[in-house]
Write a protein of this length. Structure first.
Length: 734
């Protein structure tokens, strides 16, 4: 059984690792906890463990399960951010004067205004007392560092809060000890207080957490925007009356009215009226789409020009928008393989840091340094080594990447697909409906006889084909309608399977079909070589015209193939069509490699053969007939018009029927992985450089010693910089 739980109380990567470890200790449980989305994806055997056991394990690790709806969760996040801001302001109100009081007397090269009665050499007891009075409120404002930090430490699962709690507590306790000595007789101890370090560290880390939370909130903006797109109300017809109800109350079969400027509340089919619809939120395509009776419309798209009435077909979680949101959330909450590296490091990082801090302190103590120096080293190492940057490196980039993809009509099923897409070096395309429109169209009209005009032939041929259900006949009718031809009722209609039709139109005997059906003397080989099907027209026994029909390539196909070639990606076309037609279509699209006359059940084997040389292969298809091939490929990419987004066999879904989105998906993957590698590099680099400096390595060779306050500032900056770098994905050119 699978379950996704919203986890509250997590602050850093070590928190998520601690929660994940507690869950995975349960028999029959496999869990993945993501700090960026604050969710746990859990698979468990309900015969071995209950949901209650899982929740108890989460509580035992120091966290809790959030059970509210998405809107309430967002409200809570906003309230939490507001609370963080209040605590930060409160801390700064006390920290700034404390820092000034403690540090101003030490700055001799700049004469700063300072009350004489507070100077340590004049009144050391008041100097110490004022500092402790100012430091305590800051520690109270940051009480969560201590409750969570020490709790995790006692459970042998230390996290970032543990580092802050131990470091600032050590500084505070040592300063209190010195204050006691001051109130005794040791007035010189007034120069050895660390109250300002305790307060500044807490304030700086609160500032970093606030900036991080504020930035992290922006990473999921794409999902939030999607959730806010649907209208809250809908106007429906019940019992012959128009009534306004909540959009959530719309039922399948309801007749819904949507006026210009309004959004469609649910998915359905237009019953009456015509309009243009802005479907950019769904497909990423900015041009409006014309809609009329019989056409499908989708919830949250915007009706632009005309009033329409439509029948609700999909409501609630079944709508296209709801499925998109689900896909994006699942992808954002999943972990890419590269994230496992950060998880493994975070699991051992905090205990290692505590060990390094203790060992460093002992070494300097043995080296003869006083307790103040040793304490400074101990605190600096603990504070600078926050694992937050490391834990945020991957999930923040994944959230921004998947959100950017959703806004472009590219849906990644999970983080694994987002990571793997960048490795693609071979793309295999299905032909029909993928490279081509999937619908026959008239491409050429060749008049043979001068007895009838072109307009007459088109009108008579279309009138004859109007009763035909054959796709070629439909193409002729649509062609005639586009030319404004008059359609005349036909008589004595007869369809000869596999050959053609004959009937009478306006007193004229019409025969339309293949060459043998009307015994036409015409060399149609050139048309066949171009992938076109010739249809022969005879009027009153006179061979009058040849109409060439083909499944034409999409406008985006050639440019999409060209883009892939510029990315050094090899392309194939895989089709069941005959060799001539396949090569003709491939030539138009710019594809050199063609595998033709392949049955649907043989496509998977063809993909396996292509992969045999080590190529990392993507299969692009419609997601239905191509399902086995989509699964066999390293990455399956399904192309749909907004109705196929739930295709289980694909790893990536292109909502719009635009193949250029395939190259965009690969570019976005590469940009995201580049961003993740940048984040991981700086997170690792920061700790590799920062910890030795904090431990006094430079000082040992005559260099500087890192102050604990500077360590806190550097730590906060590292987390903010990682999130900020991830946000750059919103602007990167794809």
């Amino acid at each position: 059984m699978k379950k996704t739980l919203k986890i509250g109380g997590m602050n850093c990567a070590a928190c998520s690792v601690s929660c994940q470890r507690a869950l995975n200790k349960l028999d029959g449980v496999s869990a993945s906890v993501n700090i960026a989305t604050e969710k746990a994806e859990i698979e468990f055997d309900k015969e071995k463990v209950s949901l209650n056991d899982i929740e108890n394990a989460i509580k035992g690790a120091g966290f809790f399960v959030v059970r509210d709806d998405p809107a309430e969760i967002e409200r809570q996040k906003a309230a939490q951010l507001k609370s963080q801001r209040r605590r930060l302001i409160f801390s700064l109100i006390f920290t700034i004067p404390l820092f000034y009081i403690a540090m101003a007397p030490m700055i001799s090269f700049i004469p700063l205004p300072y009350p004489n009665f507070l100077r340590p050499e004049v009144n050391p007891r008041l100097f110490a007392a004022v500092q402790i009075v100012l430091a305590v409120p800051v520690m109270i404002a940051g009480y969560k560092f201590y409750t969570k930090g020490f709790s995790s430490l006692f459970k042998l699962s230390p996290n970032m809060d543990s580092l802050v709690a131990v470091g600032t507590s050590a500084a505070f306790i040592y300063s209190v000890y010195k204050t006691i000595l001051i109130f005794g007789s040791d007035v010189h101890s007034a120069h050895h207080l660390y109250f300002e370090s305790t307060a500044v560290i807490i304030a700086l880390i609160q500032l970093g957490k606030y900036l991080e939370a504020n930035s992290k909130g922006k990473t999921g903006e794409a999902i939030k925007k999607l959730m806010n797109l649907s209208p809250k109300t809908a106007v429906i017809i019940r019992n012959g009356k128009e009534i306004e109800i909540s959009a959530e109350e719309v039922e399948i079969g309801d007749t819904v009215i949507v006026k210009p400027g309004e959004s469609f509340p649910v998915d359905g089919v237009i019953v009456s009226g015509s309009t243009s619809v802005d479907e950019s939120m769904l497909t990423g395509e900015s041009m409006p789409v014309s809609k009329q009776a019989g056409d499908k419309v989708f919830g949250a798209t915007v009706n632009q020009t005309g009033s329409v009435t439509y029948k609700a077909e999909k409501v609630g979680s079944d709508t296209v928008l709801a499925q998109i949101i689900k896909l994006v959330e699942e992808a954002s909450g999943s972990k890419a393989p590269i994230a496992k590296l950060a998880d493994k490091v975070a699991a051992v990082f905090v205990p290692s840091v505590i060990g390094i801090a203790i060992v460093s302190a002992i070494i300097w103590l043995i080296a003869g340094k006083d307790i103040e120096f040793v304490l400074s080293i101990f605190i600096s190492v603990l504070v600078i080594a926050c694992p937050c940057a490391l834990g945020l490196a991957t999930p923040t980039a994944i959230i921004v990447g998947t959100g950017r993809g959703a806004s472009m009509g590219i849906l990644f099923k999970n983080a694994q697909a987002l990571e793997a897409a960048g490795k693609i070096n071979t793309v295999v395309f299905d032909k029909t409906g993928t490279i081509t429109e999937g619908k026959p169209r008239v491409t050429d009209f060749i008049r043979i006889s001068d007895k009838f005009t072109e307009d007459e032939i088109i009108s008579l041929a279309a009138s004859a084909e109007k009763l035909s259900e054959h796709p070629l006949g439909t193409a002729i009718v649509e062609y005639a309608q586009s030319k404004g031809a008059e359609l005349i009722p036909s008589e004595n209609f007869d369809s000869v399977t596999g050959s053609g039709i004959d009937c009478t139109v306006n007193g004229k005997k019409i025969k339309i079909g293949n060459r043998s059906f009307i015994n036409a003397d015409y060399d149609s080989a050139p048309l066949a070589d171009m992938g076109k099907t010739p249809v022969f027209v005879e009027i009153d026994g006179v061979f009058s015209a040849v109409i060439a029909i083909a499944d034409t390539i999409k406008e985006s196909s050639r440019s999409a193939i060209s883009q892939l070639e510029h990315m050094n990606i090899k392309t194939y076309m895989l089709t069941g069509d005959n060799e001539k037609t396949a090569h003709a279509i491939a030539s138009q699209a710019g594809i050199d490699n063609v595998i033709a006359e392949v049955m649907p059940d043989e496509k998977a084997a063809a993909i396996t053969k292509i992969k045999s040389d080590g190529s990392f292969t993507a299969m692009v298809g419609d997601g239905i007939n191509d399902a086995p091939a989509l699964v066999t490929a390293d990455i399956g990419i399904a192309v749909g018009g907004g109705t196929d987004i739930a295709i289980e066999s694909a790893d990536i879904v292109l909502v719009q029927n635009n193949l250029e989105a395939a190259s965009s998906a690969i570019k976005l993957s590469r940009a995201t992985m580049r961003n993740i590698r940048e984040n991981l590099f700086w997170a690792f680099f920061y700790n590799i450089i920062g910890i030795p400096i904090a431990a006094g390595l430079l000082y040992a060779f005559g260099g500087v010693l890192l102050n604990p306050m500077l360590a806190a500032a550097a730590m906060s900056l590292s987390s903010v910089s990682v999130v900020t770098n991830a946000l750059r994905l919103k602007k990167v050119k794809i």
